[in-house]
Write a protein that binds this ligand. Structure first.
Ligand code: AFP
Length: 334
């Protein structure tokens, strides 16, 4: 059955949103679509304009900023501001939340405007990730605590995948829908069917084994347990691409924390993992759950991790529910 659902109809069917929130959610999705369309065009011609390398600056995570990271930041900040539906915006590329002045029914939005940007140098896939949070009733004078208070209520998650085609994937928590950019019309058009992790899918395992000597014993044990079993190793190094492939085919994405600093040699950088709670782990967890999958931080569901910082990192294990359960069993039983 060809049950394509337009973005408008997806918003109309979203459960638990007021009429004002539905209007805001629709405008935010239009802002993401329009920014995604603009980014797809810019990325396609990036190599011709020399836009693949580092810009030389360093972002709030201490990472070198690629030119496109900043371009994506500006594109999506503009489209989200124009939506008039975002109160506060948190971005990987900015130390502090920015007030975008959205009116009644507005959400706080956390975004990673360009995920996997180190792939740009080789024309590899990249993505943009977004999560809309419902503001908590009591307002704080400071912006960061106000965003953190809203993190308990993620309402909508979306990502744009820029690859051989440009896809928009959206969920309000009950189902996951895909939209493909038609460049000739400049529009994201719905693809048929709700997306779910396949019941009897592949066993794609996505992890950076080059970091394994720095992982905790449980994660190393999980890696050893794969030896001799039937699985396929796939790792692009862009969360959006690795997650999306596993969502469609069946699989597990794993980015654990490193051992505490004193136990490791030089290069130790991510005791809590590399990925960020608000704009990477939670949106992927919302989408994974809505697609019948699961997401954990190594012990507990990602959606139960208490938020303490807007740029908080968290270990992430996400994918097919049975593979996440298998991971949890192996890390917890020496
Ligand atoms: P960049 O945006 O700095 O390329 O990082 C991408 C990312 O956050 C995520 O998309 C990848 O899955 C992960 O990092 C890859 O990290 P490693 O290079 O350490 O495997």
């Amino acid at each position: 059955m060809d049950d394509r659902v337009s973005l408008d109809d997806l918003v109309k069917g979203a459960k638990g949103l007021s009429a004002e929130e539905k209007t805001a959610a629709r405008r935010i999705l239009l802002a993401i679509s329009s920014g995604g369309r603009e980014m797809a065009q810019l990325l396609a011609t990036g190599p011709l304009r020399g836009l693949t390398g580092a810009a030389g600056a360093v972002n709030v995570q201490g990472e070198e900023v690629q030119a496109f990271d900043e371009i994506a930041q500006e594109v999506f900040t503009r489209t989200l501001r124009e939506s008039a539906s975002v109160a506060l915006l948190v971005s990987e590329e900015r130390a502090d939340p920015e007030s975008l002045g959205g009116g009644t029914g507005s959400f706080h939005v956390a975004m990673d405007p360009l995920d996997g940007s180190s792939n740009l140098a080789v024309s590899g896939p990249v993505g943009s990730i977004f999560c809309a949070y419902r503001p908590a009733p009591s307002k704080s004078a400071d912006l960061a605590p106000e965003v953190l208070a809203s993190v308990a209520a993620p309402v909508m998650a979306a990502y744009v995948l820029y690859s051989v085609s440009t896809l928009l994937v959206v969920s309000f928590g009950s189902e996951v829908r895909q939209y493909a950019l038609d460049p000739s019309r400049g529009e994201f058009l719905p693809l048929p069917g709700a997306v779910r992790f396949p019941e009897k899918g592949s066993r794609m395992i996505s992890l950076n084994a080059g970091n394994a000597s720095r992982w905790r014993e449980g994660d190393q044990r999980y890696l050893r347990s794969l030896d001799g079993t039937s699985y396929t190793a796939r790792y692009v190094g862009a969360l959006v691409m690795d997650f999306h492939r596993n969502l469609l085919k069946g699989g597990l994405y794993l980015y654990p924390g490193d051992l505490p600093k004193e136990s490791k040699g030089a290069g130790t950088a991510h005791p809590e993992g590399k990925l960020r709670l608000l704009y990477e782990a939670i949106p992927m967890a919302l989408i994974a759950r809505a697609a019948g999958g699961e997401a954990v931080d190594g012990h507990r569901p990602i959606l139960e991790v208490p938020p303490v910082h807007i740029h908080q990192r968290v270990p992430l294990v996400v994918g097919t529910a049975s593979l996440v359960a298998e991971y949890l069993r192996i890390v917890s039983s020496p």
